[in-house]
Design a protein around this ligand. Structure first.
Ligand SMILES: Nc1ncnc2c1ncn2[C@@H]1O[C@H](COP(=O)(O)OP(=O)(O)OP(=O)(O)O)[C@@H](O)[C@H]1O
Length: 228
């Protein structure tokens, strides 16, 4: 059996305090194999971003078990989770979230510097070259187009060679042509790095390119199918 990079059992997430408590995730069972690409679909409010947050170690599940890249996240406190994310998990968000006072190169080097890697800048430069931005390393985010900023964000997410790459609406802020280029790049870099990828999307074109589609509704998985 191929090893599972994500193994989630009966994951529940309850947020807020009474009387505004919301059962956001209501018993999620999900296993994702090494190197797979999964699209996470579902209506607004169905729990997609919350599930990503739990699987990425950004949010602790209220109940259930979450194991990622061989590590039991349920057993870790928040500090230990922050350390566990490094080198295991990369995240690309809709709004890029680059640090505005840092150049593209510095933005990509940040995760490696935090991890104390001596070759942070040379690896960051190589990763920027791999996303087609060798000529833009000294640019600040405000000097880059939306598509270029998302390329930087992809480089930053992958520079630590994570086992798992999450993308939350990665093309949501881009026009169709640029979004399509970013999609190509995301899959190309995923394949090259061997990372497992989970993509939250409303975009049918993006979902179709994933090997597997998992659909959420009201905090539960309601469909799970592989591409033909
Ligand atoms: N901190 C919070 N406190 C209470 N409820 C919350 C909190 N964060 C999220 N929720 C609720 O959890 C539910 C799931 O939210 P989530 O953002 O995961 O959905 P989503 O499927 O990603 O939606 P979208 O497609 O609109 O981004 C929503 O009903 C939301 O209102």
């Amino acid at each position: 059996m191929p090893s599972a990079v994500i193994d989630a059992r009966n994951v529940q997430l309850t947020l807020g305090r009474a009387p505004a408590r919301v059962e956001v995730l209501r018993g999620i069972d999900l296993s994702v194999g090494d190197g797979d690409s999964v699209a996470l679909l579902g209506p607004s409010g169905s729990g997609k971003s919350s599930l990503m947050a739990v699987l990425a170690g950004l949010e602790r599940a209220s109940a259930g078990e979450v194991s990622v890249a061989g590590l039991d996240f349920s057993a870790l406190d928040e500090d230990a989770l922050a350390v566990a994310r490094r080198g295991r998990i990369g995240i690309v968000l809709q709004a890029f979230h680059l640090l505005p006072t840092m150049t593209a190169l510095e933005n990509v080097a940040v995760p490696l510097e935090l991890a104390g890697e001596a070759d942070a800048f040379s690896r960051a430069a190589a990763e920027l070259a791999a996303v087609g931005l060798a000529a833009r390393t000294g640019h600040y985010p405000a000097q880059l187009s939306g598509g270029e900023q998302q390329r930087v964000a992809i480089a930053r997410a992958l520079v630590g060679r994570p086992a798992l790459l999450f993308a939350d609406e990665p093309t949501g802020n881009l026009d169709t042509a640029t979004g399509s280029q970013i999609m190509d790049l995301l899959f190309e870099r995923q394949r090259a790095s061997g990372a497992t990828m989970v993509v939250i999307t409303h975009d049918p074109a993006l979902a179709r390119r994933c090997a597997r589609v998992v659909e959420l509704a009201d905090g539960r998985i309601v469909a799970d199918r592989r591409a033909a």
